[in-house]
Design a protein around this ligand. Structure first.
Ligand code: TYM
Length: 370
């Protein structure tokens, strides 16, 4: 297996989450913290299954909440292509947090980032995906009265003056050490993390009060917030808290779901036929032949099909365990398992796409105009 690489722009190899926790300096969500969250969220599959599994200063944030110092949420998307299932996972959890804590959400689209980091994309391409992605964000079901969507380019008037305050405290050597930039990297990339820091304190700037912030995201984005957390106290704001999830894998062998390999990715604009084709062609943890599968059993631990049931498409723990055991015991064939998954994903996407269509009507209401 290839060496593990996890940066905000590249995720490769077999992911060792314990090593990542140690390397990034994150804390595991322990039972006590889980219970505290469940008091508000209720029974939650993402927590129960350790899909959201790590955090920074979440206990502090909840202490503040208990003292009526309420937090706002902040999450985001880099609009380099269509939204896929992987992106939806942290957003669905963010929506659950919004409902449970009655929290305002600041949603950032980093159109500048995707222009600077993707050699093939023009500003026009990125703008197109920004609008497409906003439909998906709205379709997740965030409360319009409590959600503000910003894009870095369109909201430059409010973002840039704040980003320079952050940038003044970040040296080139810090940016190199955290993100691996080189002398050949364009200078926009080096500045960029200052833009991703802004939504963590824009509420404080706008309200004139120090407002705690919680950032749900997959673990690849953590390096940005490590830097943000170092800087914000220097500007007089709280360090943002964060909560991290693991990755939904792609339909190929290893790695996270990533738009750079479209056939291994389920997009929100895929048709029922696309979904069927992609899942039918997917890598599995199965054996070479049916005879071997019956004799040796499959390996759900490395199987993306099983992971989709685990992460999104089988809420019932008993049924999930039964699937796991039947696979391992050679009783469940990969073709049949795929046949079970296909209609669930198709139904999920059909419903999402109907909400996505409706979102065209409310699109403008979510955007921050300046
Ligand atoms: P982006 O667009 O790469 O990803 C959007 C969100 O989806 C998460 N993610 C995944 N989660 C589970 N499984 C996957 N396979 C998977 N792939 C991506 C990402 O971690 C992210 O939470 N620079 C950011 C945009 C951004 C942002 C933020 C993200 C701006 N501010 C604050 C999170 C929080 C980006 O390009 O994300």
């Amino acid at each position: 297996m290839a060496e593990m690489i996890v940066t905000p722009w590249e995720v490769k190899g077999e992911i060792d989450y314990d090593k990542l926790l140690a390397d990034f300096g994150l804390k595991k969500i322990d039972d006590k913290l889980k219970k505290r969250l469940e008091k508000k969220l209720g029974d939650n599959m993402f927590l129960r299954r350790n899909i959201f599994f790590a955090h920074r200063d979440l206990d502090w944030l909840l202490d503040e909440y208990d003292k009526k110092n309420h937090f706002h949420l902040y999450t985001g998307r880099g609009p380099s292509g269509h939204t896929h299932l992987g992106h939806l996972l942290p957003w669905i959890f963010t929506k659950q947090l919004q409902e449970a804590y009655n929290a305002k959400l600041v949603f950032q689209l980093t159109d500048d980032e995707k222009f600077l980091f993707s050699p093939a994309l023009s500003v026009k391409d990125v703008e197109k995906f920004t609008d497409e992605n906003i439909l998906d964000i709205i379709a997740v079901g965030f409360d319009q009265k409590k959600t503000e969507i910003y894009t870095d380019l369109r909201n430059a008037k409010s973002f840039y003056p704040q980003a320079v305050r952050v940038a003044k405290h970040i040296t080139f050597s810090t940016a190199k050490a955290v993100f691996g930039f080189e002398n050949e990297s364009n200078i926009g990339k080096i500045f960029f993390t200052s833009m991703q820091a802004v939504p963590a304190f824009i509420e404080s700037v706008k309200t004139g009060k120090n407002v705690p912030c919680l950032i749900p995201h997959a673990i690849d984005q953590d390096p940005h917030f490590r830097v943000t957390r170092d800087i914000l106290p220097k500007l007089g704001y709280y360090k943002p808290s964060s909560i991290q999830c693991k990755f939904i894998p792609g339909l190929g062998k290893g790695g996270k779901m990533s738009s750079s390999e479209p056939e291994t990715c389920i997009f929100t604009v895929d048709s029922a036929k696309d979904i069927e084709r992609k899942i039918k062609n997917a890598f599995t943890g199965g054996q070479e032949t049916l005879e071997e599968q019956k004799r040796l059993g499959g390996n759900p631990d490395i199987c993306p099909i099983y992971q989709y049931f685990y992460n999104l498409f089988e809420e019932d723990d008993k049924k999930l365990l039964d699937r796991f055991k039947r696979c391992k015991g050679g009783k469940l064939m990969c073709g049949d398992c795929k046949k079970d998954l296909i209609p669930r994903v198709q139904k999920f996407m059909k419903e999402h796409q109907a909400r996505r269509e409706k979102a065209k009507k409310t699109f403008d209401k979510f955007l921050v105009k300046e």
